[in-house]
Design a binder for this molecule. Structure first.
Ligand SMILES: Nc1ncnc2c1ncn2[C@@H]1O[C@H](COP(=O)(O)OP(=O)(O)OP(=O)(O)O)[C@@H](O)[C@H]1O
Ligand SMILES: [Mg+2]
Length: 286
C-alpha cells in the first residue's frame, strides 16, 4: 500500500535479494518522505499528457521488479524505446517482450489468462485465497506502455475489443494470484479504456493534464474541484504526479529518475545474473 511515513528514514526491508512482495520505492512525497507502492496486490494506471513522466515511473517499477528473484516479466511497448531496453533481460528471466504487434500481444494475453486460471485452480485446491510471500511462485508483472496503441490505434475493432477484455480480466482477477498489471496511457478517456476497466485499477497516477476534467478522469470524479488537480502541475516539473490508492486521498509525488545509462547497466546486470545463475550457484552447491 502507498505510504507516507512520518519518520525519516523509513527502512527498506533487506534480504539476500529483493522480492516482488517488498515495497517498491517510487520517489518522494511533497513533504520529502519516501513513497512506496505495494505492487503485487494492486494494479496501477499511469496517465497524463505526453512528456509528463509516465514511462519514467514505469522504468522505476520495472527496474525494481528485475532485481527481484521472484519476477517473471511480460512487457508490452509499441514504441520499443522504453521497455525494449529490458528485452534481453526479459528473455533471460523467462518472460517476454511485445513490440507494436497486436497479434503477439493477444497471444500473450490469452496465455496469461490460462496461467491465471491454473493459479486459481491451485489456490482453490489448497484452500487458499491468495498467494503470499514465501510461496514458490513467481509474480508475473504485466507492464504495458502506451496502452492506447493496442486498444484504439492498431488492429481490427475485434482485436481491440479482445485486447481490452483480456486486460480487464487480468486487472480484475490477477491481484490475488500475483499477476499485477501496470499500464500507461496519455489519456484514459472512454475511447481508449472503457470506464469499467479504468475503475478497476486500485492505484492511479495522474501526471500533468491539460484540463481538470482529464485529471478527474484519472483520479476519479470530483478530486479536481477538491484541490487535487493534475492540470496545476507545472510543465517545468516532469515526473510530478498525484497518486491515489484505493479509497484514499491523492498524494503529490515526484518520481525517482533512472538515466539511460543506469537502465542499461541495470538491464545488463540482471541479464547476466539470470544467464549465469547456474554457474554462480554451482560452486556453492558443490
Ligand atoms: N521523475 C523525473 N525526474 C526527472 N525528469 C523527469 C522525470 N520524469 C520525466 N522526466 C523528464 O521528462 C521526460 C519525459 O518523460 P516520459 O518519457 O516518462 O514521459 P511520458 O509521460 O512517458 O511521455 P509520452 O506520453 O510521450 O510517452 C523525460 O525524458 C525526462 O527528461
Ligand atoms: Mg512514455
Amino acid at each position: 500500500m502507498f505510504t507516507a511515513p512520518t519518520d525519516l528514514p523509513m527502512p527498506v526491508p533487506g534480504a539476500p535479494s529483493m522480492s516482488m512482495f517488498d515495497p517498491v520505492f517510487i520517489g518522494i512525497t511533497e513533504s520529502g518522505h519516501p513513497a512506496y507502492l505495494d505492487l503485487v496486490y494492486h494494479n496501477l494506471l499511469d496517465a497524463g499528457e505526453p512528456g509528463g513522466g509516465k514511462s519514467v515511473l514505469m522504468q522505476n517499477l520495472v527496474g525494481h521488479a528485475f532485481l527481484c528473484h521472484d519476477f517473471t516479466p511480460v512487457l508490452l511497448d509499441p514504441k520499443w524505446v522504453e521497455l525494449g531496453m529490458w528485452m534481453q533481460a526479459a528473455e533471460a528471466a523467462g518472460g517476454i517482450f511485445v513490440g507494436p504487434d497486436i497479434d503477439k500481444g493477444l497471444r500473450v494475453l490469452r496465455r496469461l489468462q490460462k496461467v491465471m486460471d491454473r493459479r486459481y485452480a491451485w489456490l482453490v485446491a489448497h484452500g487458499r485465497r491468495k498467494f503470499v510471500p514465501g510461496d514458490a511462485i513467481n509474480v508475473i508483472g504485466v507492464f504495458i506502455d502506451e496502452l492506447a496503441y493496442y486498444t484504439a490505434t492498431t488492429g481490427t475493432p475485434e482485436q481491440q475489443k479482445e485486447f481490452i477484455a483480456l486486460v480487464r480480466d487480468l486487472v480484475a482477477r490477477g491481484r490475488a494470484c500475483a499477476m499485477p498489471v501496470i499500464a500507461a496511457t496519455q489519456r484514459p478517456s472512454v475511447d481508449i479504456i472503457p470506464t469499467s476497466l479504468r475503475d478497476l485499477f486500485g492505484y492511479r497516477a495522474a501526471f500533468r493534464c491539460t484540463t481538470p476534467n482529464s485529471s478527474d478522469i484519472i483520479l476519479g470524479h470530483g478530486w479536481a474541484s477538491a484541490g487535487f488537480n493534475a492540470q496545476a502541475i507545472s510543465p517545468q516539473t516532469p515526473g510530478v504526479f498525484y497518486l491515489i490508492a484505493e479509497g484514499g486521498t491523492p498524494h503529490l509525488v515526484k518520481a525517482a529518475y533512472l538515466t539511460d545509462e543506469q537502465i542499461h547497466r541495470l538491464a545488463h546486470y540482471v541479464t547476466w545474473i539470470r544467464r549465469h545463475g547456474d554457474q554462480v550457484s554451482a560452486p556453492l552447491a558443490a
